[in-house]
Design a protein around this ligand. Structure first.
Ligand SMILES: Cc1cc2nc3c(=O)[nH]c(=O)nc-3n(C[C@H](O)[C@H](O)[C@H](O)COP(=O)(O)O)c2cc1C
Length: 228
């Protein structure tokens, strides 16, 4: 695939076929992701690739604890509720997804079902936990580097026909993830990436989320013509 095809074609996949993903293919994708740049080439990331029974236990534990009202215990900072343009974009993509799935605004049961699907990592056959070295936890570069590796991962996966969705929902309950994925004590859980073969019949998979135009996201300085 051409680079533009990968970048423009990739979208988050929230419905998967149950077919297994060969370990060799996942290793190929990780090898590409490992080419991501990192601060001083520190490569602070670790990929825990989880499938089978351990993944089922994570899904179950995450969901049961969330439904029981156990407070989330993710290992990264989350800010307050979004406001202004961020809230608008959040609502925008949610409307696209719910629209595709035929979930009405006032259909509390269907909305709850969607949230639960997220807690189960959309029933993907594989989940990749991205973690980083705890001794680099004080630097924001570390989080930035994990983002670079995660982006490289989802694009590499897409280039091989695999779908992904980076998610925080599937790792709401850190102790559950730690236990069943065998996360080392000196690693911090950053994010999760659901992985598998896209179900072409799953409506939300067709959603192409919106992006700001370059003129809004970028500022040009020193290029002439009054800039901006
Ligand atoms: C850090 C991060 C966390 C995310 N968490 C979730 C999540 O918990 N559940 C979900 O359905 N999507 C999640 N997403 C996917 C975003 O909603 C998605 O990337 C965004 O709407 C843009 O859509 P696209 O990936 O299809 O281009 C997350 C993405 C990122 C980068």
């Amino acid at each position: 695939m051409e680079y533009d095809q990968v970048v423009l074609g990739r979208r988050s996949i929230r419905g998967y076929r149950p077919d297994p993903v060969p370990r060799a293919l996942i290793e190929e994708v990780i090898a590409l992701a490992l080419r991501a740049p990192s601060s001083m080439n520190t490569q602070p990331w670790h990929f825990y690739v989880v499938g089978g029974e351990p993944l089922e236990r994570i899904r179950r534990g995450n969901t049961e604890r969330m439904v029981a009202g156990v407070p989330q215990s993710r290992e990264f900072r989350t800010g307050g509720a979004f406001a202004g343009p961020h809230r608008e974009r959040q609502v925008g993509v949610a409307k696209q997804l719910f629209g595709a799935m035929g979930i009405a605004r006032d259909d509390a049961a269907a909305r709850q079902d969607w949230v639960l699907r997220g807690f189960r990592q959309f029933d993907a056959p594989v989940c990749v936990i991205v973690a980083f070295d705890r001794d680099l936890a004080d630097s924001d570069d570390t989080v930035f580097d994990c983002g670079a590796a995660a982006t490289a991962f989802v694009q590499a996966a897409w280039s091989r026909g695999l779908g992904t969705v980076i998610n925080s929902q599937g790792i709401m309950q850190s102790p559950v993830v730690r236990e069943h994925a065998g996360i080392a004590d000196d690693h911090v859980i950053m994010k999760s990436i659901a992985l598998g073969w896209p179900d072409e019949d799953f409506p939300a998979n067709a959603v192409v989320s919106e992006r700001r135009p370059v003129s809004d996201a970028a500022v040009f300085v020193g290029f002439g013509d009054g800039d901006a």
